[in-house]
Design a protein around this ligand. Structure first.
Ligand SMILES: [Ca+2]
Ligand SMILES: [Ca+2]
Ligand SMILES: [Ca+2]
Ligand SMILES: [Ca+2]
Ligand SMILES: [Zn+2]
Length: 465
């Protein structure tokens, strides 16, 4: 039976999506290929059919398609299909059994379900999607079916999220503009386009402050918001508190995606107020990060926050890490590398702002040369000839080696190797010892070819012969 819907309803329906078919009998709507029908539901005003996008028969993560057939036959669609590019094959290197045991090992529970999916992106990836019941709800994991890395993991139960405003990674990189200046912490027009709205995840649902699973704001006065809306201009001291919360939380989420459940897995204390020097530090005696406000506020540049977090990470892995100048240089080098590899996720590698440039925005206060960099991860320094006995300067030898591992093996593999290796460093590790530990981790995680590429990176810096 065909009815004429009220005018208001037809306006609403056509406003929602493109009309692809005119009035017709109740024949099913034609749909594009590579779709698997999930369900059909009858509502008061029509029939709603949902489809899963597939690629060569494999479900595409997050890809959907729906048809809404109104009672007058008008069909509208919702097209959420993803473009799949760069997928070399559809055979999983990692067996379902290995994917399941990796998840069970980390979550302490057996996945209830596992299926192969295609994860869209700049280069699509084949992954095992598992659903694991835990005491806190069902956890969905996406395990790279080639490398075994955790691409994504989330509790399907809602957590407390807030809204924040940040720079990411910093205004110089985001706007590709080396001429930007601090102008005394004012909210000046040149910086407006650099603001980004972000979701602040893992907030403690029982608090109205920036305290959560991976970051604990101890700044004074601390910002609060009952609505969990933390949107401030850079001229407001709340801005740096939000930047640091977001930056630390996204870093820890990334560490979890790499598969590590026990690397600085705690609310990291931080302070962004009250220290007016143009410097920042990690204090291992109290396990807290302090970000200074001299020049550009240090916490306006994620790369300063990530550098300091690098120290917190190493201190968490090895108590008392960095007891000698050389081990200290490994620490500074890792901090710079960590800043760069975290930036790597959102920064283009351009002639204006090369990825190897560390702290592009903070450095506008104290460097004249462009690009403005506090340090770089691609200098020509070699071990031991260029050691000068200063941890930051000598750290450029180590950071360059890590950066070369990253360039040779890719970000995911490099960072799994580097974090894994650091568990075996000693507080007074030498660069050659740390390099051997890193090569060993590469060998166990990814085999002899990866180990060779890793060794070559340290050989290029003179650290290994
Ligand atoms: Ca500021
Ligand atoms: Ca810590
Ligand atoms: Ca500064
Ligand atoms: Ca940078
Ligand atoms: Zn440092």
């Amino acid at each position: 039976m065909k009815k004429t819907p009220p005018v208001l309803v037809s306006v609403l329906l056509t406003g929602l999506a493109t009309v692809v078919a005119g009035p017709a009998a109740a024949a099913p709507a034609a749909v594009p290929g590579e779709l698997r029908q999930l369900q059909t539901r009858q509502s008061l005003l029509g029939t709603h059919t949902w489809y899963q996008q597939t690629y060569r028969g494999i479900p595409v993560f997050g890809g959907y398609y729906a048809t809404h057939q109104a009672t007058d036959g008008t069909v509208t669609t919702a097209d959420g299909r993803k473009t799949i590019t760069g997928l070399t094959g559809t055979a999983a290197g990692l067996t379902e059994h290995r994917a399941r045991s990796a998840v069970a090992g980390r979550l302490g529970r057996q996945p209830a379900r596992a299926e192969l999916v295609v994860v869209p992106g700049p280069a699509a990836t084949l992954a095992w999607q598992t659903l694991t019941p835990t005491a806190r709800g069902t956890v969905r994991s996406l395990i790279d079916a080639g490398t075994g890395a955790v691409l994504r993991e989330e509790n399907t139960v809602r957590e407390a999220n807030g809204t924040g405003q940040v720079f990411n990674p910093n205004p110089v990189v985001a706007l590709q503009d080396e001429s930007l200046t601090d102008q005394d912490d004012t909210d000046h027009p040149a910086l407006q386009a650099a603001y980004r709205r972000v979701i602040l995840r893992h907030l403690d649902p029982d608090k109205e402050t920036l305290q959560g699973s991976y970051a604990n704001n101890l700044s004074e006065p601390a910002v609060t918001s009952a609505e969990r809306t933390y949107v401030y201009p850079r001229s407001d001291p709340g801005f740096e508190q939000v930047m640091t919360y977001h930056s630390m939380t996204t870093a820890e989420e990334y560490i979890h995606r790499l598969g590590f459940i026990d690397v600085n897995n705690e609310p990291q204390d931080y302070v962004t107020t009250g220290f007016t020097a143009d410097n920042s530090y990690y204090d291992p005696s109290v396990d807290a990060i302090t970000l200074g406000t001299g020049g550009v506020d240090d916490a306006e540049d994620n790369e300063v926050i990530w550098h300091e977090l690098g120290h917190a990470i190493q201190d968490d892995q090895v108590p008392g890490f960095g007891s000698t100048v050389e081990a200290g240089a490994v620490g500074e080098g890792f901090g710079d590398y960590w800043a760069v590899t975290m930036s790597q996720a959102t920064s283009p590698d351009t002639a204006v702002t090369p990825l190897a440039c560390v702290m592009d925005w903070d450095a506008t206060s104290y460097t004249d040369d462009e690009p403005h960099c506090l340090r770089r991860t691609d200098t020509g320094k070699r071990y031991p000839a260029d050691l000068v006995g200063q941890v930051h300067a000598d750290g450029e030898i180590w950071s360059h080696a890590l950066w070369d591992v990253n360039q040779a093996l890719g970000r995911t593999r490099a960072n799994r190797i580097i974090l894994e290796a650091q568990f075996r460093f000693t507080p007074d590790v030498t660069m050659p010892q740390a390099a051997e530990a890193t090569v060993a981790a590469a060998s166990v995680l990814y085999g002899p070819r990866a180990a060779t590429r890793t060794r070559e990176a340290f050989q290029a810096r003179g650290i290994l012969s």
